[in-house]
Design a protein around this ligand. Structure first.
Ligand SMILES: *Cc1c(COP(=O)(O)O)cnc(C)c1O
Length: 472
């Protein structure tokens, strides 16, 4: 134990030194050949080594090569820096090392609280047992869609766990062209067949066109396909757009569809000043997915699915027959009865610590600040004569494009495609690209509490430098 105590103190110093050095270093750097070789080709050690030795390798070979998301000028994908509170308690969760499958211990009991807190933060009606943590939104979406699938098959008088989908008419899923790919992954995994995923077109602001949704549902009905699941986005990854949730909810109700919301990134955007009206209808979802490891900054991994009704997920996943359930002692049962994981990590501790440290007020400040910065970036882009803003600033993702006065459209497209890698390689900022309406776009996602307006200026300057490099 003395070994662990001594090395543990060094580990804390390493972690804090690392976090302190991140803003002054490159956002990202290529892995040196010798280190790449060490990272990928180490032989399995025969003899073991002392704990303190391991830290030297961590310091010299591992910490120098982060993904970049700890840095205030990291604007890529949707990846936040780790919350200090999450970093603080992560080793303690490992020290306890429970399986949060179920039972009577702190890990399980605390998960009930953080799931309720997450629901309260976004004003989702909470019912005990109607939600659980997962590795991320991808798995949370599998849990939600599997639950919806069981409800749809039950309505036909069958149990999908016994009969699978054999003998069923195809079940159709509706999501907009801007929906996250995790929906497709879930649909394919669950045997829904990607052929039955309907891609609903979006309007000029990249919001789901509800008129088209209605027409597609009707057309499927007429063709003998059963519409069963509609997924709206509360914060798309490309533009941060929120779909018209209330309208989608109305159509889902009218047509008997499961109403799912992907709020993995953007559900917390409801806390930004003046944003609440965009989220009207969020409370009507049958399932809502949100990722504490996105905007909230809980160290990876932490996803969450919330349900309107606590019974469905248990009906889908529980292997405990009702006659063995002890509803007196434990009415909600085990978390492992509500999803695919059996041994489950103590994610709740990182979520609890992060929310406890920030408080609701701190979270409102974080969301407000990053959303305002996104507006500022949008205004800077609109005021410039070499960038075009591609979508309104809704949450904290900005989609834009470098505009060239000399290049033709195809060359401009190629240039915009080339920009992210050049910017990343220079190490002063990090952004990623996407495709919007068939053309190459740049996107910047702002999640870091320390990002400033100066960092936004630096980002645009880095892009201009990348353009000069690419066209030289
Ligand atoms: C990140 C994200 C996902 C996928 O979530 P994971 O946590 O990576 O599994 C799904 N939808 C949206 C909108 C996201 O931002």
């Amino acid at each position: 134990m003395d070994d662990l105590r001594r090395a543990g103190r060094s580990a804390v110093d390493l972690a804090v030194d690392h976090l302190a050095a991140v803003p002054g270093g490159p956002v990202w750097r290529p892995v040196a050949e010798a280190d790449r070789s060490w990272l990928t080709r180490q032989p399995l050690p025969g003899a073991g080594r002392p704990l303190a030795d391991l830290l030297h390798d961590v310091r010299d070979r591992i910490l120098p090569y982060p993904m970049g998301n700890g840095h205030p000028r990291f604007f890529g994908w949707v990846n936040s820096p780790p919350s200090p509170a999450g970093v603080l308690v992560a080793p303690l969760a490992a020290a306890m090392n429970p399986s949060c499958a179920g039972g009577e211990h702190a890990g399980v009991l605390l998960e009930r609280t953080v799931v309720r807190w997450l629901a309260e933060l976004v004003d989702f009606p909470y019912q005990p047992g109607a939600g659980l943590l997962a590795s991320g939104a991808s798995v949370a979406t599998v849990i939600a869609m599997a639950t919806a699938r069981q409800r749809a098959v039950r309505r036909q008088g069958h149990n999908v766990r016994e009969t699978g989908l054999y003998g069923q008419r195809p079940l159709a899923i509706y999501a907009s062209a801007e929906a996250h790919s995790c929906l497709r992954k879930a649909a394919e995994l669950l045997g829904m067949g990607s052929r039955y995923i309907r891609t609903v077109p979006v309007d000029g602001a990249y919001r789901m066109e509800t008129g088209a949704l209605r027409r597609m549902i009707t057309a499927d009905r007429e063709a003998g396909v059963r519409p069963f699941f509609v997924a709206a986005s509360a914060g798309t990854v490309n533009t941060g757009t929120v779909d018209p949730l209330e309208e989608v909810a109305g159509i889902a109700r009218e047509c008997g569809l499961w109403f799912h919301i992907d709020g993995a990134y953007g559900a917390l955007g409801i806390l930004a000043e003046g944003a609440r009206h965009l989220y009207a209808g969020l409370e009507l979802a049958d399932s809502l997915v949100l990722d504490p490891h996105k905007w909230l900054g809980v160290p990876v991994d932490a996803g969450c699915v919330l349900f309107r009704d606590p019974v469905g997920a248990r009906d889908t996943f529980s292997l405990v027959p009702p006659y063995l359930r002890d509803d007196e002692a434990d009415a909600l049962g085990w978390f492992s009865e509500y999803g695919p994981e059996q041994t489950r990590p103590f994610r709740a501790l990182r979520v609890w610590a992060t929310i406890s440290h920030l408080g609701r007020e701190g979270i409102v400040r974080l969301v407000g600040r990053t959303t305002r910065l996104a507006r500022t970036l949008a205004a800077m882009i609109e005021a410039s004569d070499d960038f075009d803003l591609l979508a309104p600033a809704v949450t904290s993702v900005i989609a834009f494009r470098y505009r060239s006065v000399t290049l033709d459209p195809a060359a401009t497209d190629a240039l915009n495609q080339a920009i992210p890698a050049i910017v990343q390689g220079r190490g002063h900022a990090f952004l990623t690209g996407t495709r919007l309406s068939g053309t190459a776009a740049l996107r910047a996602c702002i999640l870091h509490p320390e990002t400033t307006e100066a960092d936004l200026t630096a980002l645009l300057d880095e892009i201009r430098t990348a353009v000069r490099e690419a066209t030289a």
